[in-house]
Design a protein around this ligand. Structure first.
Ligand SMILES: Nc1ncnc2c1ncn2[C@@H]1O[C@H](COP(=O)(O)OP(=O)(O)OP(=O)(O)O)[C@@H](O)[C@H]1O
Length: 296
């Protein structure tokens, strides 16, 4: 059997993150599994406190899980030296925060902000200038390159932030509520910019969001509940016999490596499924029945 997620770009295998707050343990992630393939653009959704930000912090190298395995582009996130962690954060991943002001240096122009990570990486000036112009152009901001963040709208600032995060050609872009502070139309522009990064530049994109306009437009939406992945919606475009295309969305329960899955609570309550269930293997599905009265 091949190793779990061996061909995926991001692999989280049973990750646990426990915070200790004064003698109380908070389990922010409780055995979370997730794989993301290279080139995917996915959304992560979930109620407040379900563990989304903790997961992004782990994946972007800001935080270290208590247990489990997490790998991104071959980097083992539980076993990195401080120097490797810095290199990982500079070269392998890009990050966009919800608070627009946190993404950019206020006293630098848009082009200076985009150019900065390339200077840190030691890129020669001529290449840097060319790439800065290309990135701002791809984000639809060629005419605003000289403006400082304070002279740009919230959506324009987020698009500059996307250009900054793409500067050193990261493998993955992580965005935590990138449209959270924006109105609908501006949020759409930011989402379009992320899509450009994904489609035209080939960057894998992972977005944590409460915004249904975002989560309904990506290929896959992963739902997190109580620090675990609980379900996934996969979307694909189907063309009918008349040539009309429609997006088909299908919801799946997540099956972990050990074969465990969670039955939705409304399924359990409507059939009275409790403590144990009877399983039967059919030719193309598995049947789940309540245990018989006599055995209860
Ligand atoms: N630094 C910390 N110290 C202690 N507990 C924390 C810390 N960070 C997060 N938690 C706790 O871990 C759990 C998950 O938090 P997390 O911020 O990951 O959730 P979230 O899904 O991102 O929520 P939101 O949508 O509100 O941002 C919560 O119970 C939270 O209180």
């Amino acid at each position: 059997m091949t190793e779990y997620g061996s061909d995926a770009l991001i692999v989280c295998d049973n990750i646990v993150r426990i915070y200790q707050v004064e003698n109380i343990e908070v389990q922010a992630l409780q055995g979370l599994d997730l794989t993301v393939d290279r080139g995917e653009m996915i959304a992560i959704v979930g109620a407040s406190g379900s563990g989304k930000s903790t997961l992004l912090n782990v994946l972007s190298g800001l935080d270290v899980p208590t247990a489990g395995q997490a790998r991104v582009a071959g980097w083992d996130l539980l076993r990195m030296t401080p120097a490797a962690r810095l290199a990982y954060r500079r070269k392998v991943v890009g990050f966009i925060w919800q608070q627009t002001a946190r993404n950019l240096l206020p006293y630098l122009s848009a082009e200076e902000n985009v150019s900065l990570p390339m200077s840190f990486a030691g890129m020669r000036s001529r290449r840097r200038i060319r790439r800065t112009a290309e990135l701002l152009d791809a984000m639809g901001l060629a005419d605003k390159a000289r403006r400082r963040p304070g002279e740009l709208s919230g959506g324009e600032q987020q698009r500059v932030a996307i250009a900054v995060s793409l500067a050193n050609r990261p493998e993955v872009l992580f965005a935590d509520e990138p449209t959270g502070e924006l109105d609908t139309a501006t949020g759409e522009d930011v989402f379009a910019a992320l899509r450009t990064a994904n489609r035209n530049l080939g960057t894998t994109v992972v977005i944590v969001t409460h915004d249904s306009a975002v989560s309904s437009q990506v290929q896959r939406t992963v739902a997190i509940r109580d620090g675990r992945t609980s379900s996934e919606v996969v979307r694909r475009t189907e063309v009918d016999e008349f040539g009309a295309s429609a997006v088909i969305a299908r919801e799946y329960a997540v099956l972990d490596r050990a074969g465990r899955l969670q039955l939705p609570s409304d399924f359990r309550s409507s059939l009275g499924l409790k403590r144990r269930v009877r399983l039967e293997l059919e030719s193309d599905h598995v049947g789940v029945w309540p245990s018989s009265k006599e055995d209860d």
